[in-house]
Design a protein around this ligand. Structure first.
Ligand code: ADP
Length: 225
């Protein structure tokens, strides 16, 4: 199998007024294309930081990340954003929808960035897929948390990503909505072969992935699966 992600000797240190904080140390792992992985571990162990680095949202302090055959260290900002627009989906913990845009317009943004054709129709189709076509003209503040999360899924699906990173995708949702979001994610993996990497506190969700990566204090503890 091909690795879609290879992480070697990765480290991340945040600088602040109080000095520097080493958040990730010497992280090594590979992810096979088409696989599902959960990253679990206590709060503050560096999971969100790791996810953001792997998705090219932030830069590492040391080591390397190869995503879809491209070494993120060697790419400039424009090349990294092109890589993200083409291959990567990201679902944020707090949804991060644009508050001044409707549900439909939020889903249209990445399609417009890719200069896709039939943007409005494709965005409607994506909203339909997550069961929200009737909410297309609503603004984020008029939607429940579960609905906002489903809009963010539709947005993340819009570029048919090869790899989807999701930070606590079911974290703020009730059980029924969480199950619905979970099904959408695993369906995407099954139907489109999208590689899934989830950060989660939910061990039941983690147990449904092929592999669990445990983190503690900025290090990987063990790999299973
Ligand atoms: P987790 O997702 O496991 O809860 P995070 O990656 O969010 O962990 O955070 C790991 C550590 O890095 C925490 O101590 C957090 O306070 C710190 N941290 C996260 N982001 C930043 C940042 N932008 N600047 C400074 N410190 C940060």
């Amino acid at each position: 199998m091909t690795n879609i992600l290879s992480v070697r000797n990765l480290s991340k240190t945040y600088q602040s007024g109080h000095g520097s904080l080493a958040v990730l140390r010497d992280i090594n792992f590979d992810v096979e294309e088409g696989s599902t992985t959960a990253i679990v571990g206590p709060s503050g162990s560096g999971k969100t930081t790791l996810l953001g680095l792997c998705a090219g949202l932030d830069r590492a302090s040391g080591g390397s990340i190869v995503l879809n055959q491209q070494n993120l260290n060697e790419l400039n900002e424009d090349e990294r954003s092109l890589l993200r627009n083409q291959y990567v989906g990201f679902i944020f913990q707090n949804f991060q929808l644009l508050p001044t845009l409707t549900a439909l317009e939020n889903v249209m943004v990445p399609l417009e960035l890719q200069q896709a054709s039939n943007v409005k129709k494709r965005a409607m189709d994506l909203l339909e897929k997550v069961g929200l076509s009737e909410r297309a003209s609503h603004y984020p503040m008029q939607l429940s948390g579960g609905e906002q999360q489903r809009v963010s899924l539709a947005r993340a699906f819009s570029n048919a990503p090869k790899i989807l990173f999701a930070d606590e995708p079911t974290g703020n949702l009730d059980a029924e909505t969480g199950a619905r979001v979970e099904k959408l994610l695993f369906d995407l993996n099954q139907e489109a072969g999208t590689t899934l990497i989830l950060v989660t506190h939910d061990l039941e969700l983690a147990s449904k992935t092929q592999r669990i990566i445990h983190m503690k204090g900025g290090k990987l503890l063990e790999n299973e699966g």
